[in-house]
Design a protein around this ligand. Structure first.
Ligand code: UD1
Length: 376
């Protein structure tokens, strides 16, 4: 009998992480790997396009939770996941990243007693193993909902797969037993490497009337940047100063679009190309050929690092320090002077950047191998 694993994805940044895992696990007859989509993100542009672009198998189970406050959304995912896991009786549940779907499904899993026990390298188990991919990241900023999700998920995980070397240190400091922590590299980069050839064929530059290295790409969606007009307004004004030198291409997250509309902010179309959220391939092409990227996303700091494209992070901290020490990332925060200074610095000397260790397209294979040793 194959070992049953439930793999959970819910929000946009999860899809790039689950894609290579599903591919690796489904190729190994040792596993019966089923995909659960919580439905935290549900718009076609936030979800379906990634399944198409990345050939992610159709979910076996869809929880269709939709949006809500943190408590309502997390609770709803838990309520809907519990009967699924009881019916499925998996030996392991794989959660990725740091979104509400991650902690919700991890917490349900950690408290489930299975009908039958199973052997593992941690001894005979009556509860499924909680397996966290992208464990150990810490921004040390508890105002960030993802930081709470990361700390709580790691605290109840049995197996912690780490992408950034700092993650290994963070978990050691928190007292996580060494034998539970495996540095496997970055599954999101598996996806980037697999898709880059196809992405470079995207016609998105032609569609938007852009030329390579003649635009800056912007993304913004963190509540701390977009929810308060006193932050969002000045931030967009600063970026508008950069727009006087280089066109800004801005695919807008639904949360941000709603805030821009609510605050009555306008972006001059002679300097700004404002578009709906893009699919993976189009966005990767836009990132790879941008002059510079400005973002508050975590994943984009990693993607620009591997692509060697300068990245200005519009946050005061990052949970992905290797993108600064080895990559192309600079933390500019949200203050005007620092953002403009970072932009000027990159004009003069673009950062060299290199791919960190194990960000090589083989992380999902390492996870498959490590799990094979754990589930005997
Ligand atoms: C979530 C993650 C964040 C991740 C981001 C990527 C948490 C706590 N946050 O934030 O870590 O970086 O996804 O996008 O899990 N909405 C739509 N359509 C959708 C999804 C959302 O219109 O398909 C709108 C809704 O109005 C919703 C708002 O966007 O209330 C925010 O969505 P939500 O999933 O709560 O959080 P994100 O800001 O997307």
């Amino acid at each position: 009998m194959p070992t049953k694993l439930l793999c959970v994805a819910g929000a946009r940044p999860n899809f790039m992480k689950i894609a290579p895992l599903m591919r690796a696990l489904r190729a190994n007859p040792k596993w019966d790997a089923r995909l659960v989509h919580t439905g935290q993100h549900y718009d076609a542009a936030m979800s379906k396009v990634f399944f198409d672009d990345l050939a992610i198998p159709r979910p076996d189970i869809e929880l269709e939770v939709g949006s809500g406050s943190h408590a309502a959304q997390t609770a709803e995912i838990m309520k809907r996941f519990e009967p699924v896991i009881i019916a499925e009786q998996p030996q392991g549940v794989i959660v990725v990243g740091d979104v509400n779907s991650t902690i919700a499904c991890a917490l349900v899993t950690a408290k489930l007693t299975l009908e039958k026990s199973f052997p593992s390298s941690f001894g005979e188990r009556r509860r499924p193993l909680v397996i966290h991919v992208e464990a150990g990241l810490r921004s040390f900023d508890d105002d960030m909902p993802e930081e709470i999700n990361r700390k709580l998920t790691d605290a109840i995980s049995d197996v912690l797969f780490v992408s950034d070397p700092a993650g290994v240190e963070n978990l050691a400091k928190e007292g996580v037993a060494k034998e539970r922590v495996v540095f496997v590299g970055n599954v999101m980069i598996d996806t980037l490497i697999a898709a880059k050839g196809r992405a470079m064929e995207s016609r998105v530059l032609e569609t938007l009337g852009l030329r390579e290295r003649e635009y800056a790409l912007l993304t913004l969606h963190r509540p701390s940047n977009v929810d308060d007009p006193k932050t969002l307004g000045p931030l967009l004004e600063t970026i508008d100063e950069i727009a006087k030198e280089v066109r800004i291409v801005f695919p807008v997250h639904p949360r941000t679009r709603a805030r821009i509309a609510a605050h009555g902010i306008t972006l001059d179309p002679s300097r700004w190309t404002v578009v709906e959220p893009l699919g993976y391939l189009d966005f990767l092409k836009l990132t790879a050929t941008a002059k510079v990227v400005l973002t508050d996303s975590g994943g984009i700091q990693e993607e620009t690092t591997v692509l060697g494209v300068p990245c200005i992070t519009l946050r005061e901290n990052t949970e992905r320090p290797v993108t600064i020490t080895e990559g192309t990332n600079v933390l500019a925060g949200t203050k005007r002077e620092a953002i403009l200074a970072a932009y000027e610095r990159f004009q003069k000397s673009p950062p060299p950047g290199r791919a960190p260790r194990f960000w090589d397209g083989k992380s999902a294979a390492r996870i498959d191998e490590a799990l094979s040793a754990i589930f005997r």
